[in-house]
Design a protein around this ligand. Sequence first.
Ligand code: GLU
Length: 312
Amino acid sequence: MTAFPGAGAPLGQALEEIHAAAVSSPGVGRVADYIPALASVEASRCGIAFANLDGEVHAAGDAGVPFSIQSISKVFGLVLAMQRMGDELWQRVGMEPSGQPFNSIVQLEWEHGIPRNPFINAGAILVADILVSHFSASRQAFLSFVRRLAGSERCDINESVLASETRHGSRNAALAHLMKSFGNLEAEVEEVLAHYFFQCSLEMSCEELARSLLFLANRGVHPPSGEVITTPRDAHRVNAILSTSGMYDQSGQFAFTVGLPAKSGVGGGIIAIVPGQGVITAWSPPLNRHGNSSRALAMISELAGRLGLSIY
Ligand code: GLU
C-alpha cells in the first residue's frame, strides 16, 4: 500500500476508514430528480478513490461502479476545446465565478451571451459549440478522448439518462438559444445541445475518473501514457477555474475548507485535483442544497484534512 507523503496510515486504510465513517453517517440531502432518470440510482451507493502519479489507484466502497458524471464532463469538454482553439476561446467564455445557480439565465442576458465560466451550463454549452464546430463527429471524439484518458473502453453513455436529459432540457435549450441570439454560438442549437446532453450522460466509476484526470495533477502530461494533454499553462488555467467555479455556489466554501481544484456533478460525483500528487474522486448520490454530494464532500474534506493536501 502507498503511504502518502506525511500520512500516518497507509492510504488504502485511510480510504476504508473515511468510507466507513461516511456510510455510517446519517444521509443528508436528496438525489437529483429534475432529470428523472437520475432519480433511479440507489441513494446508498458510496465510493472513494485516489489515483497517484504512478497510475496506482486505491479505492474503497463502490469506487468501481459507473455513475452519471454529469457536470464533471465539463472538464473533459473544456480540455478538448482548449486543444483545438487558442486564446480566442476566452473571448467567448469568461473565467469568473458566476455567483448564480449553474443553470441561471438572467446573468447571460445581462452579459450579452458571454457565459461567466466554462463550468456553468451556459459555458459548457458554449464549449459544446466549439467541439461541434471543430470535429466532424464531436460526440465520438469526446468519448474516445475520455476512454483514452481513463484507459478503459467501458466508459459509456447511459441511453436512458440521455433520453431523459433531452426530454427535460428546456432550460439548457433556452441558454443555447439566448447565446445564439447574441451571435455567440456558431453551430445549430439542436446539434450543440445533442453534444452537451451526450457528454452529461457519460457514466464512469470513481476509479476511472481519478485515472482519467491525472494530467491535471501533472502539469498537463498524463502519467499512465506520458501523453501531453495540455500545456502546463492550460493545466494551470483549468485548475484555477476549478478552484473558483467548480463546486457551484459552494466553491468559495470548498476553497476555504478544503483548498483543492474540484468539480462536482448532480449525479453525486466530485473530483478533486491534488497538484503534484494525484486525483481524488468520491461518489454518493444525495445532494446538499448547493447541488453537491454531501457524503462525497465529507469524504474528500476528511482525506484532504488528514493529509494536509490544501494547495493554499
Ligand atoms: N446535465 C445537467 C444539466 O444540464 C448537468 C448539471 C450538473 O451536473 O451540474 O442540468
